[in-house]
Every structure is written in structure tokens, then in C-alpha cells.
Design a protein around this ligand. Structure first.
Ligand code: NAD
Length: 242
């Protein structure tokens, strides 16, 4: 069991991943953008599993802040064994009306943020000759989605980054995979209209949205010894939608 970093771990899918990895016996760093109180509440639940859990605030889109945080983590807790790039935002709008800022914000946080952590953490893992990295993409990155050209570009980009990092880090025994969730019940999807949600459910074979715990289970598998020969893959967990 090793140390895991979960970005955007203060709520939703990230919080469920942190709790599941803690239940699996990993120490956890719960990164958050601003809500340290919420991250501390998640840490408290993780500690109930008898592991160390530390909330830490930094913006994943800020390379210098990621570097500073990782150096502090290495000094106080050791080299991370697991990195889960989960932090993400949406700024939806139809392409022809999208503001430059909407596009840039989503690419900066969802794609560049994951790259920052992947690059810095990947270098530490290479020296340690071990590690497990999971990037949280989306089915939107595989099939596209109305009103999400920024988000789809970032999530598709994350899949390309996953495949490349898997090739570059594989010789050091590090695996890099992505999970592409479909609709999951979190704050991110609570913003959607009831009509859109009902229409989406009609396209899901299981007829419902997923729970954050159902994504956490996939991540738990990918970082486990059972997945030691799987790398560069994208696992779709969408209840049979695409
Ligand atoms: P959420 O909005 O509930 O949580 C997102 C988390 O990311 C929050 O904790 C937020 O504080 C954090 N975050 C945002 N910007 C950050 C930054 N700059 N630095 C650090 N942390 C930051 O969303 P969620 O539904 O739990 O989504 C988690 C991940 O799963 C995202 O990458 C999202 O794109 C992806 N995803 C979600 C769904 C879904 O249906 N909910 C589907 C597919 C993929």
C-alpha cells in the first residue's frame, strides 16, 4: 500500500475515490481548489480506515503550485505511488457563442492541470521505479457532446496524454490509464436541466445515472495488483450509454 494523491477530492467522484483508496489501505492526499473544510471532512472519513489522510489546497492549473505541493508531500509523506487526476470543471456553451475565456478555463484546468501533475509526479515515480496513474476523462471525450467543445477537447486530450505517458513511463513499471465515466450523480450534473437528465437516462442501458462510488471502484481496480499488466487504456463506465 502506498501514498495516493487525488486531485479535486473534496466532493463528488474525487471524494468517493479518496474514500475507496483509503478503504483499500492507501494513505491519501486530498487536493482541493478552495474548499479545505470539505477536503478535511473527506480526510476524516478516510482516517476512519486507519490510514493517514491530509487535505491540501492548491490550483492544479498552476505549475509552480503543483511543484511546491509535490515537494512538500515528498518531504512529509514520501513519494506518491498513486496519482488520480480527477479535478475538472465545465463551462458549457454552443461553439459559435462560446467565449474565449470559457474555452481557455476548461483547457487550463482539465487538460493542463492534469499534465502538470502527470509531469511532476511522473518524474518522481520514474525515480522510484513504480507508480499508478489514473486520469478521469469522460465519454464526452470519446463521442463529443452538444455545448461542450471545450470539455470534449480537454477530455479527448487527456486520453492522448494517457497513451503517451503510458509509453514513456512503462519501462519504469508505471501504469497510466484513463476512466471515461458517463453521467454520474454529482454537483457537476446537478446543474443540468431535468429534461436533459431524463433524455440522457433513456440512452443509458441501465436506465440511471451512475454513483461516484461506481467510478471509484474502477480506479481502485486500475491501481491494484490485479491491473498490473493494463496500461494506456481508457475504461468506459457509463452504464451502457455509448
Ligand atoms: P465536481 O464538480 O463535483 O468536482 C470537481 C472537483 O474538482 C471539485 O472538488 C473541485 O473543487 C475540483 N477542482 C476544480 N478546479 C480545480 C483546480 N483548479 N484545482 C484543484 N481542484 C479543482 O465534479 P465531479 O462530477 O465529481 O467530476 C470529477 C471528474 O470527473 C471531473 O474531471 C469531471 O470532468 C469528470 N467526469 C464527471 C462526470 C459526471 O457525470 N459527473 C462524467 C464524466 C467525467
Amino acid at each position: 500500500m502506498g501514498l495516493a494523491i487525488v486531485t479535486g477530492g473534496s466532493r463528488g467522484i474525487g471524494a468517493a475515490i479518496a474514500e475507496k483508496l483509503a478503504a483499500d489501505g492507501h494513505d491519501i492526499v486530498i487536493n482541493c481548489a478552495s474548499s479545505v473544510d470539505k477536503a478535511e471532512a473527506v480526510a476524516e472519513k478516510c482516517r476512519a480506515h486507519g490510514v493517514k489522510a491530509v487535505p491540501m489546497q492548491w490550483d492544479v492549473s498552476d505549475h509552480a503550485a503543483c511543484d511546491k505541493a509535490l515537494k512538500e508531500i515528498k518531504e512529509t509523506l514520501g513519494v506518491p505511488y498513486i496519482l488520480v487526476n480527477n479535478a475538472g470543471i465545465t463551462r458549457d456553451g454552443l461553439m459559435v457563442r462560446m467565449k474565449e475565456e470559457q474555452f481557455d478555463d476548461v483547457i487550463r484546468i482539465n487538460l493542463k492541470g492534469a499534465y502538470n501533475m502527470l509531469q511532476l509526479c511522473g518524474a518522481m515515480m520514474m525515480r522510484a521505479k513504480q507508480g499508478r496513474i489514473v486520469n478521469i476523462s469522460s465519454i464526452s471525450g470519446l463521442v463529443g457532446n452538444f455545448g461542450q467543445i471545450n470539455y470534449c477537447a480537454a477530455k479527448a486530450g487527456l486520453i492522448g496524454m494517457t497513451k503517451t505517458a503510458a509509453k514513456e513511463l512503462g519501462s519504469r513499471g508505471i501504469t497510466v490509464n484513463a476512466v471515461a465515466p458517463g453521467f454520474i450523480d454529482t454537483d457537476m450534473t446537478s446543474k443540468l436541466s431535468e429534461e436533459l437528465k431524463e433524455n440522457a437516462k433513456k440512452q443509458i442501458a441501465l436506465g440511471r445515472f451512475g454513483k461516484p462510488e461506481e467510478i471509484a471502484g474502477v480506479v481502485s481496480f486500475l491501481v491494484s495488483d490485479n491491473a498490473s499488466f493494463i496500461t494506456g487504456q481508457t475504461i468506459v463506465a457509463d452504464g451502457g450509454m455509448i
